[in-house]
Design a protein around this ligand. Structure first.
Ligand code: SAM
Length: 229
């Protein structure tokens, strides 16, 4: 796609989203139409700083404030697909970041509760949700490794930062029949795991492949001084 392509689409950048979906999602293994529709709808360029907007629909993660990142579009879609959401689901997200993935999930589920440890990021994300009319997302500042007890149980839990292990608090807050998706491994390289809790409370774990996320920092994550960020 040539650079002039951007100038042709001043009306919400729909053409760029279509290009992103065709070349980065459909061409890989994203087949869930609810995910595709959400990725076509949410204006990713409004979740990054102005100087990064031209790159918003490229096949890459981008830096945001507080030395954090907005994940690569394909990874956001892969995680959303792995959650197997129903429109009646209540979802917990750990790591609001820019707010982009919460916005994507909000089109596919009933309610999203999202936790971010950085005040500034939580505040900016909330402003985006308000200005874009996403009314089913609640943001909280805190340590997401402890979950959100008052709102539990959740039909689905998404962790968008990489931890050393699966926090037991998140397993506890997962409803029977629920799905938890989390990157687990070393500080810089992890595997994306999906844990399903059966109706009889058994846990089934699957490895969805290698990924690279910023560290999950908190009581049941990495220690802040070792991890930075
Ligand atoms: N979902 C985000 C998006 O769409 O922009 C991407 C998030 S970024 C890869 C990971 C985020 O997790 C960072 O904003 C980081 O501050 C946050 N984070 C790390 N540890 C956390 C914790 N214990 N609780 C809440 N947020 C945490």
């Amino acid at each position: 796609m040539g650079k002039d392509y951007w100038k042709d689409d001043l009306n919400g950048r729909e053409a760029e989203r279509e290009w992103m979906v065709r070349t980065q999602l459909r061409s890989r293994d994203i087949t869930d139409e609810a995910v595709i529709q959400s990725m076509l709808t949410v204006p990713r360029h409004r979740y990054v700083n102005e100087d990064k907007q031209e790159l918003a629909y490229y096949d890459t993660a981008l830096e945001i404030e507080a030395e954090q990142t907005i994940s690569q579009p394909y990874i956001v879609a892969l995680m959303a697909q792995a959650l197997e959401l129903k429109t009646s689901d209540k979802v917990l997200e750990i790591g609001t970041g820019s707010g982009y993935s919460a916005a994507i999930l909000s089109r596919m589920a009933k309610r999203i509760h999202t936790i971010e440890r950085h005040n500034l990021l939580a505040h900016l994300a909330e402003e985006r949700f308000n200005s874009q009319g996403y009314e089913n997302i609640e943001v909280r500042v805190g340590d997401g490794t402890l979950g959100w007890t008052e709102k539990a149980p959740f039909d689905a839990i998404l962790v968008t930062a990489g931890g050393p292990e699966i926090p037991d608090s998140l397993i506890e807050q997962l409803a029977p029949g629920g799905r938890l998706v989390i990157p687990v491994g070393k500080k810089e390289d992890q595997h994306l795991l999906r844990v399903k809790k059966t109706l009889s409370n058994e846990l089934i774990e699957e490895d969805l492949g290698a990924v690279r996320f910023v560290p999950l920092i908190g009581t049941k994550g990495w220690n802040e001084t070792e991890a930075g960020g």
